[in-house]
Ligand binder design. Structure first.
Ligand SMILES: Cc1ncc(COP(=O)(O)O)c(C=O)c1O
Length: 453
């Protein structure tokens, strides 16, 4: 693997070195996954031509470059270990919840954070050591807490007093469940409001005073063991300052064994965005931790987006190019497979396979096929002579796209294709009509009884 990684890194460095003199469309190439290469305008990922992947698995399809994930997971894990004596990196599995991802994360030495029955069961099914599963959520049900305690989940992150009450009754006598308490640090990070979770108006966690009272209750519970505290101030955060500030606020709730600093590191979706590097992020976290936290404590971080976003691209077939004063490039996917644009207004970039190095000639709006005017994948982009039949490659779609895929207008959830060393693995297959039909129970009315006469 390391040989393969070396060559991946040098390809990547080579691509980056060219950025300064690139034509505008070429700067976008820098957003491709680490193992990507472009030859005569055609894009390969992990040695696999995207055009061939599209032929084999159909479109839309999500393609994940495993090397990118491995590179970033290692940088996070090794970088944190270098800076802090006792540490653990948890993969925030909500960013890409597939069995293959849980396997990859565990294989890279990461623990796993889950936030719901389905994610917990996937992690268990993938063979993740339950002791290394961290269970989150602001409204966990009794069933979920029971599943977690019965499955030996290592740590439950308690969000509120009602949850604590339920948990106290569920943990079997004679055993002790490790818990962290989620703090609301009162740090409002600069990100889209739907992704901001640390400010005073957030539904997540408890203000510090209430958290301290809850911690006392936990300490008094014979079947629970308070290990420490947790914060998570949001997602797609492009500055390090708020992360450091949240760490400083954690010190106000006393000394603990474990400090879980959450996830949230943002990524670059467009050439003009700048995201902190993994090193800059870890420097900020551990710098603040050194100021205020006990040196012997254990630091946890929970990255999701920053590990998988840049590993992913989505393949779409262009179905029409319509000129109505604006030029609409309509593809065979949309907000059913990428809800992010509608939810947060995130700006994305795309390339036309076969003309990936060609400068843009037509300013257009890339739209999907769902029945909403808000179903725009890219509001304004210059593409090289787009035409029906083109393969459009949308970049940096590895995080939260598959996660939030839905069946709007009867869309089928696209497959997740993992590419590594010249091979493709269909990590999840495309949803079929039979999958949807299997959930349906018709009323069984006579055809004539619901005919309007
Ligand atoms: C508790 C918690 N930890 C970690 C994450 C991962 O965040 P990100 O994908 O931005 O790193 C999330 C997602 O918002 C979260 O809710």
């Amino acid at each position: 693997m390391s040989g393969a990684l070396d060559s991946v890194d040098s390809t990547c460095a080579c691509r980056r070195a060219k950025v300064a003199t690139m034509a505008p469309s070429e700067q976008v190439l820098d957003l491709l996954p680490d193992s990507a290469e472009v030859s005569e305008g055609r894009i390969t990922v992990a040695g696999m031509a995207l055009g061939e992947i599209a032929e084999r698995f159909g479109t839309p399809a999500y393609v994940i470059d495993v090397a990118t994930f491995r590179n970033r997971a290692r940088a996070m894990r090794e970088g944190l270990a270098l800076r802090w004596a006792s540490s653990e990196v948890l993969f925030a599995s909500k960013s890409l919840p597939a069995l293959a991802m849980y396997e990859l994360a565990a294989g890279e030495g990461l623990s796993v954070d889950v936030a719901g029955d389905g994610e917990l069961r996937l992690a268990l099914a993938a063979g993740v050591d339950p002791e290394r599963i961290y269970f989150h959520g602001n409204a966990k049900t009794c069933g979920e807490l029971e599943l977690a305690t019965n499955s030996g989940v290592g740590t439950i992150i308690v969000d509120n007093a009602d949850e604590l009450e339920r948990l106290r009754h569920l943990v079997p006598r004679g055993s002790r469940q490790d818990v962290l308490v989620r703090l609301l640090p009162g740090v409002t990070a600069p990100t889209h409001p739907s992704q901001e979770t640390g400010g005073p108006a957030s539904k997540f966690g408890l203000p510090l005073e209430q958290a301290v009272a809850l911690m006392q209750e936990i300490t008094d519970s014979p079947n629970l063991r308070l290990r420490g505290v947790h914060v998570h101030i949001g997602s797609q955060i492009l500055e390090t300052g708020p992360f450091a500030e949240a760490v400083r606020r954690m010190a106000a709730v006393g000394a603990h064994d474990v400090y879980d600093l959450g996830g949230g590191l943002g990524v670059r979706y467009t050439p003009d965005e700048r995201a902190p590097s993994i090193d800059e992020y870890l420097d900020a976290l551990t710098g603040a931790a050194r100021e205020v936290l006990p040196p012997g404590s254990k630091l946890l971080i929970e990255p999701g987006r920053s590990l998988v976003a840049s590993a992913g691209v989505t393949l779409y077939r262009v179905l029409s190019v319509k000129r109505t004063g604006r030029t609409f490039v309509a593809v065979d996917g949309g907000m059913a497979d990428n809800l992010d644009v509608a939810l947060t207004g995130q700006r994305y970039e795309a390339l036309v396979d076969g003309r990936a190095r060609s400068p843009g000639t037509v300013t257009c709006t890339v739209v999907g096929r769902q029945c909403e005017s808000g179903d725009k994948l890219i509001e304004e982009i210059s593409l090289p002579d787009p035409a029906a039949g083109d393969l459009l490659v949308m970049l940096v779609t590895g995080a939260y796209s598959y996660t939030m895929a839905n069946n709007y207008n009867g869309a089928y959830i696209p497959p997740l294709i993992f590419a590594e060393h010249g091979n493709c693995h269909e990590a999840t297959r495309r949803q079929r009509f039979q999958d949807i039909l299997a959930l349906q129970h018709p009323l069984g009315l006579e055809a004539s009884s619901h005919r309007h006469t």
